[in-house]
Design a protein around this ligand. Structure first.
Ligand code: XUL
Ligand code: CO
Length: 434
């Protein structure tokens, strides 16, 4: 037990409340497209931002005071776990996610790392027995420690590759033990700074073989969750091998991992890659690899990864539109990869950030479901491509050649007449629902 959240009552759904610590849209039992809202959204708290990050930025250190600091010993790791489960209860959070480094100190060698990890996993298992919060996914932090400065699985030093293999094995074991539903790999340092010292073919091959080993081990231990890759274009590495969904998809195909690996897509990473969140989701859905999401909001001016809580309902609605359209989550969910601003010091701020994010997502989900049920966007899109429904036009793609098509253009005097894309009308349509 900690007293960190003392005085904060469990958050409840009350649509007429004027409190900023109440849900006005997130009503877990409300049915949305045939499922309880809680089961559609599958929210998760990110342990790292809420409990491990101390409020530092590149220009200054810790701003927060927490009873579980300093985070370099096991006693405080347990206190941190106590606080985390207290917050999960207040929010009614169905899931959480963690990196190994978030939940316990690393230790001075691999044996100590493993001992610490096993001890805290036993402690988390006990906490989970007394709680309804489950594990959405586990992962390994292979980017913070200086040993990873030149990459993790893509490191030029084979000893680092070996360390990473051992680490991921331990983290997969831990995830399985806690009943985790997925395992995530975000390759923070799987990229390079300069070609002057980099053999990128060698590094990509290392990453490809590493991913194959992860899939082999998943099968060996009977882990039936998804292996998820989280793309990001830069920061920390200048050139990332996992830039965006399209780049990762070609990587998956090259290393024969189709059907084995899916995607964890983050709003902020999509924006940094010059895409919209819904573009990345639609792309992954098209390839059949849409697994889970890291929900947050990136600053549109700063150019780096700001991991803010989402506040933009229209944007979130378009994201859930793609998710619902593709059939909704299976083992994936909505992980709030979001952190407080460093001036938000209080326990209430941590609750408020999640309450707001959960409510924004609930509004977005309801709007997305209403749009899908109405069918207006799909009808408009179908009408735009309707010309392709005729036999002669379908045949262009199945049996056409440049010569046969050219002959038809001349014989039939085909002369295309542009038609409006109707973007403003569709934007007005969206505005009816958000
Ligand atoms: C970093 C990021 C990570 C992953 C998990 O930008 O998003 O926290 O979600 O390693
Ligand atoms: Co993320």
């Amino acid at each position: 037990m900690t007293n960190f959240f003392d005085g904060i009552a469990p958050v409840i759904y009350n649509p007429t409340s004027d409190s900023d610590l109440a849900f006005r849209h997130y009503n877990p039992d409300e049915m949305v497209m045939g499922k309880r809202m809680e089961d559609q959204l599958r929210f998760a708290v990110a342990y790292w931002h809420s409990f491990a990050w101390e409020g530092g930025d590149p220009f200054g250190g810790r701003t927060f005071e927490r009873p579980w600091y300093p985070q370099d010993n096991m006693a405080n790791a347990k206190l941190k776990a106590d606080a985390a489960f207290e917050m999960f209860d207040i929010l009614g959070q169905p899931y959480f996610c963690f990196h190994d480094a978030d939940i316990c100190p690393g230790g001075s060698n691999f044996a100590e790392y493993k001992r610490n990890l096993e001890e805290i996993i036993d402690y988390l298992a006990e906490k989970m027995e007394g709680s309804s919060t489950k594990l959405l996914w586990g992962t390994a932090n292979m980017f913070t420690d200086r040993r990873f400065m030149s990459g993790a699985a893509t490191n030029p030093d084979p000893d680092v590759f070996a360390w990473c293999a051992a680490t991921v094995k331990s983290c997969m074991d831990a995830t399985l033990k806690l009943g985790g539903q997925n395992y995530v790999l975000w390759g923070g340092r799987e990229g390079y700074e300069t070609l002057l010292n980099t053999d990128l073919v060698k590094e990509r091959n290392q990453a490809g073989r590493f991913l194959q080993m992860v899939v082999e081990y998943k099968k060996k231990i009977g882990f039936d969750g998804l292996i998820l890759i989280e793309p990001k274009p830069q920061e920390p590495s200048k050139h990332q091998y996992d830039y965006d969904v399209n780049t990762v998809y070609s990587f998956i195909k090259e290393f024969d991992l189709e059907g084995e690996v899916a995607m964890n897509i983050e709003q902020g990473h999509a924006i940094l890659a010059g895409h919209s969140f819904e573009h990345e989701l639609a792309m992954a859905a098209a390839f059949g690899i849409l697994g889970s999401i890291d929900m947050n909001k990136n600053d549109y001016q700063s150019g780096w990864d700001t991991d803010q809580f989402p506040t933009n309902v229209p944007e979130v609605a378009l994201a859930y539109y793609e998710i619902l359209k593709s059939g909704g989550f299976t083992t994936g969910g909505t992980n709030f990869d979001a952190k407080l601003r460093r001036q938000s010091l209080d326990a209430e701020d941590l609750i408020a950030g999640h309450v707001g994010a959960m409510d924004v997502c609930a509004r977005g989900l309801k709007a997305a479901a209403a749009m899908l049920e109405d069918g207006g966007l799909e009808a408009a899109r179908d009408a735009r491509y309707a010309g392709w429904d005729t036999d002669v036009n379908k045949a262009m793609l199945t049996s056409g050649t440049l010569e046969s098509i050219a002959a038809r253009v001349e014989a039939e005097d085909i002369n295309p007449q542009p038609r409006s894309g109707r973007q403003e009308r569709l934007e007005n349509y969206i505005n009816r629902f958000v």
